[in-house]
Structures are given as C-alpha cells and as structure tokens.
Design a protein around this ligand. Structure first.
Ligand SMILES: [Zn+2]
Length: 235
C-alpha cells in the first residue's frame, strides 16, 4: 500500500486516541478533583497569610505592652519626684504636671491601640478556624471523589493503552521521516493529512495553486497545501 494511504489509516486511529484522551481529561470527576485541589491550595495560602499577619501583630502587641510598662514606670518616677521635691513655683508645677499628663495620654493611646489589635487578633483566630473547617470539608470531598475517579481512571487507562498499541501498530511500515513530518504538521494543524475536494485542501479549504494542480494532473499521489502545510491526498 502507498505510504500516504498508510499514513491516512494511521491518522484515523491517532485521532481516535486523541479523542479518547480528550474525553479522559474532560471526565467530570477529574474536573471536580482539580477544582477541590485548587480550592485547597487557595485555603493553604489564606492560612499562610493569616499566620504571617498574626506573627506581625503579636510582635507589635509585645512591643506596645513593653512600651506601656516603660511609660508607666516613667509616670511613677515623675510623680514620686513631684511629691518628693515640690516645685518652687506655680509655673514649674504646671510644667511637671503637663509632662506627666502627656505621658498618661500616650499610655492611653497605646492601650487603645493594643485593645484594637487584640480584637483583630481574635478575629484572625476565628477566620483561621473557619478556613480550617472549610478546608477539611473540601479535603473529605476530594478524598471521596478520588476513590471513584481512581477506579474510572484505571478502567479508562486500559482502553487508552489499547488505543496506543493500535496507533503503534499502524505506525509500522510507515517511513519514520514521513511520520515525523505528520507530527510536525499536527503541532499547528489538526488532521495533518487530508484529501483533495474540488481542487481544494480538505483541511483549510484553500484552492490549489496552478503549479499544484499541474502536479496533480501529472499523477502525483499527493501535494502539500501552501496555506496550511497539510498533506493533501489526491485519491
Ligand atoms: Zn490547507
């Protein structure tokens, strides 16, 4: 049989294999699994982000608490000093009181900030728990579907191997260089080998050039489409 006719037959089983692989990829349980997997990865990222936030917040809270302790010490010191060494005049007394009040105001501000951060931190804890619950549910669903899909995949793999063997068998007897050419065309055009229809390429429907028409008339069994690169069988 002509090499190109063999290649035509090869393409039939090759397309069947491609179609089956597409069906396997489109398996609804496989898609569900991928969806759950993506969701789980997303939840892991959310958890990581929360953990980083919590770390930064607890560092800041620790620093604030230290600063409040230090400022309280300063207030106690300034107050003791005020008591022990009574100011000479009203101006001096006002100055010292103002300085103590300023310290107290700063402490209040820091305490308010600290309280707000504690609240935020608690909110993050709640969020973390919610994410963990959601992720656990997704994980359970993933595991449930995985069992079903694994069975389906095992069954489908059997047929896939059969088809691959069929394709390999069809490849026998075809010139390896021609097969390589087929594969190269397939990278940019589905169904690399086609037939001539009314002087047109069966793949892209482009009319043959005058030169190619001459080749066909001279009895050449095939021409290559100038537009899409497909091999066009004449008969
Ligand atoms: Zn074409």
């Amino acid at each position: 049989m002509q090499q190109y006719e063999l290649l035509w037959q090869y393409q039939q089983v090759d397309m069947e294999l491609d179609q089956y692989e597409r069906e396997m990829r489109n398996n609804s349980n496989r898609k569900e699994l991928l969806k759950h997997r993506d969701f789980l990865l997303e939840q892991q990222n959310v958890l990581k982000k929360i953990e980083t936030d919590v770390e930064i917040m607890s560092d800041r809270m620790e620093a604030l608490a230290d600063e409040i302790t230090r400022l309280n010490g300063s207030v106690a010191e300034a107050t003791a000093n005020f008591e022990a060494n009574r100011p000479q005049d009203l101006e001096e007394a006002k100055k010292q009181i103002a300085s103590i009040q300023k310290l107290i105001a700063t402490i209040s501000r820091y305490e308010a900030e600290l309280a707000k951060m504690r609240k935020d931190s608690e909110a993050r804890d709640r969020q973390q728990r919610e994410v963990r619950v959601r992720a656990a549910k997704a994980r359970a669903e993933f595991d449930r579907i995985k069992v079903i899909y694994d069975e389906e995949y095992k069954a489908a793999s059997g047929k896939l191997e059969e088809l691959k063997a069929k394709v390999a068998a069809e490849a026998k007897g075809i010139d390896p260089a021609l097969l390589e050419k087929y594969k190269a065309i397939k990278r940019h055009a589905a169904m690399p080998i086609t037939r001539l229809h009314d002087d047109r390429c069966g793949g892209c429907n482009m009319q043959l050039s005058a030169a190619d028409k001459d080749k066909v008339r001279s009895g050449l069994p095939y021409v290559e489409c100038e537009n899409c690169g497909r091999i066009i069988l004449v008969k």
